[in-house]
Design a protein around this ligand. Structure first.
Ligand SMILES: CC(C)(COP(=O)(O)OP(=O)(O)OC[C@H]1O[C@@H](n2cnc3c(N)ncnc32)[C@H](O)[C@@H]1OP(=O)(O)O)[C@@H](O)C(=O)NCCC(=O)NCCS
Length: 175
């Protein structure tokens, strides 16, 4: 069993070239491959913005990525409040693209901590720009439950989930 995480010793930073990505594994091969090969180039090109969590020795503990996507209006049709945001059949959304925690420290709360940090970034961005929803695609049913317990709701037929700006602002302000 692993020791409890000391969140006072964990710092979050935008991903940087000196971040040790090589030895990182969350146990999900597709995500590990993305971490090793694509996270930094996409971050540097502003195609995504990646936030990394390190311990006090600089070890990479986890990371998440946010990117902008256009969601088709028909997938959000049942969400009345979103109609005003439709532009040419699409709605801009902030997409919670990847979330990964080092396998040896999973179930210690870091995934929830990083998810709340992403929600807080979205809340700030929504207040400044009016972007209406945060979206994600859970990889499994178990992960859909995980995100449901963290206030994301399903929409459309693709299994995707979303959170409104109002919910994100409330969660940020409740701490
Ligand atoms: C999913 C993940 C980010 C969660 O991070 P974590 O630090 O382990 O999670 P937390 O400690 O904050 O939360 C623990 C909860 O996560 C659940 N959990 C842990 N691993 C999980 C997994 N692979 N799939 C679904 N849920 C998982 C636990 O059952 C626990 O549930 P509970 O809150 O009902 O008790 C982490 O397990 C991970 O990196 N998994 C591999 C990559 C992945 O699947 N990323 C998500 C892509 S959509």
């Amino acid at each position: 069993m692993s020791l409890p995480l000391d969140f006072n010793k964990i710092t979050l930073h935008p991903l940087a070239a000196d971040c040790p990505l090589e030895g990182f594994s969350c146990g999900e091969p597709g995500i590990d491959d993305w971490v090793r090969k694509k996270a930094l180039p996409r971050h540097n090109a502003f195609k995504a913005r990646v936030t990394a969590a390190h311990d006090d020795s600089g070890r990479l503990l986890g990371l998440y990525s946010l990117t902008l996507i256009l969601e088709r209006e028909r997938d959000l049709r049942s969400s009345e409040g979103l109609r005003a945001f439709i532009q040419f059949g699409h709605i801009p959304t902030l997409h919670f693209e990847y979330l990964a925690v080092r396998q040896s420290i999973q179930n210690g709360g870091l995934g929830s901590y990083l998810t709340l940090d992403a929600i807080c970034h979205f809340a700030d961005m929504a207040e400044r720009t009016g972007i209406p929803i945060l979206t994600l695609q859970p990889l499994t049913k178990r992960l859909a439950t995980y995100y449901g317990e963290r206030n994301f709701v399903p929409y459309g037929s693709s299994g995707r989930m979303m959170m409104s700006a109002e919910t994100a602002i409330r969660l940020r302000d409740d701490g």
